[in-house]
Design a protein around this ligand. Structure first.
Ligand code: PLP
Ligand code: COI
Length: 353
């Protein structure tokens, strides 16, 4: 039974001893994870484990050839104590696309949903209560477990779901962040795997991330790797800008199709903004009124400053260090829907019972 009431949460809070308001975005051990194995051409029974480790063959294709894909989604506890999922079907579809793009076995939508719900229910005491800006991060992970030494798709896979309570991805939540443009490493190639949620993209992004984070920035901005002229992504989030009553976001074959961005596009239209999804030239950075990063982890992180270190140019956006009005409106609407405070006009939310 997942309709946890607020009173339950009070008990649970004390039992857990977690300071929900102080959570950052990191791993915290929970009680259980849920696993399923693909062998002999089919998925087996769902298994529950309390171990944080996975026994794996040393020649597993995930380890050597990067046959690995994951998802990131959140469960939100509303004022009514009910737990909500946001657009989970889109995560299921994207994992299937990532699986096809890397020749892995696809996780059927029904299995995906059953495993996610089971993992949340088994770890219900870790769903942060309403009002702390925290949520339960859900990490579905698909890996090639079959032993291969030649480069080819594995015959066996494991799908595992674990959860961990999280706070904001960037320190300070809605506090605007500083970003730096990276040109000396690329995250993804135009016809590579940048549009899939596979581990290799994140490995490739680490050089740029470590470089700019060590200089005090929250995240790198990646440009298209062909011309290094158009904006691709902000670390593990999509980019958007606001100008002349228009929501502008990059169209590129090397960025992850963000479910948050897809939702913001709809919400922007709902509040009367025009929407442009097109290549966004970095020359335009000086013309934007507001800019931000968006994603499940990042939600909306307004950007205060973009430093183009190679060119010695710094773009500034937020007045008095505050998010712009349109970013704020979009943030409040999105989060309001996710936590059940605002009507779910587009049927994005699944309430678990
Ligand atoms: N881009 C990258 C590279 C990401 O890792 C993520 C996170 O999932 C996003 C964008 C945002 O996507 P979503 O809104 O579906 O979480
Ligand atoms: C998410 O936004 O869910 C992500 O997956 C980002 C993550 C890589 C930290």
């Amino acid at each position: 039974m997942l309709s946890l009431c607020i009173d339950n949460f009070k008990t649970i809070n004390m039992e857990n001893n977690i300071d929900w308001g102080k959570l950052g975005f990191g791993y915290m051990k929970t009680d259980y994870n849920v696993r399923c194995y693909y062998r002999n051409g089919k998925w087996g029974e769902i298994e529950v484990s309390s171990s944080e480790y996975i026994p794996m063959h040393m020649a597993a294709s995930a380890l050597h050839y990067g046959q690995e894909a994951f998802e990131g989604m959140k469960a939100y506890c509303g004022k009514d104590g009910k737990v909500r999922l946001f657009r989970w079907e889109e995560n299921a579809k994207r994992l299937q696309r990532s699986a096809r793009g890397t020749h892995m076995a696809e996780v059927p939508t029904k299995l995906f949903y059953e495993m996610i719900v089971k993992t949340i229910k088994l770890n219900a005491r870790f769903v942060p209560p309403y009002g702390h800006g925290a949520s339960l991060y859900i990490r579905p992970l698909l890996i090639g477990t079959g032993a291969e030494v030649g480069v080819k798709p594995a015959k066996e896979y494991m799908f595992i779901v674990f959860v961990t309570p999280v706070g904001p991805y960037f320190k300070g939540g809605l506090t605007p962040v500083k970003i730096a443009i990276v040109r000396d490493s690329d995250r993804a190639a135009p016809l590579g795997t940048g549009d899939l949620k596979v581990g290799g993209n994140y490995a490739a992004s680490l050089r740029g991330t470590v470089k700019v984070v060590s200089q005090g920035y929250s995240s790198p901005m990646y440009l298209d790797s062909c011309e290094r002229r158009y904006i691709d992504e902000i670390g593990a989030a999509n980019f958007f800008a606001i100008k002349n009553n228009t929501y502008i976001t990059p169209k590129s074959t090397s960025i992850l199709p963000s479910i948050t961005n897809m939702s913001l596009i709809q919400l922007a239209e709902d509040i009367g903004l025009k929407v442009e999804r097109r290549p966004v030239d970095i020359e335009e950075l000086s013309t934007f009124e507001e800019v931000g990063a968006c994603g499940t982890a990042a939600v909306i992180s307004p950007i205060n400053e973009i430093n183009d270190m190679d060119k010695g140019v710094v773009y500034k956006y937020c007045k008095d260090g505050k998010p712009g009005p349109t970013s704020l409106k979009l943030y409040e609407t999105l989060v309001g829907i996710q936590y059940g405070d605002l009507p779910d006009k587009h049927n994005w939310v699944t309430i678990l019972d």
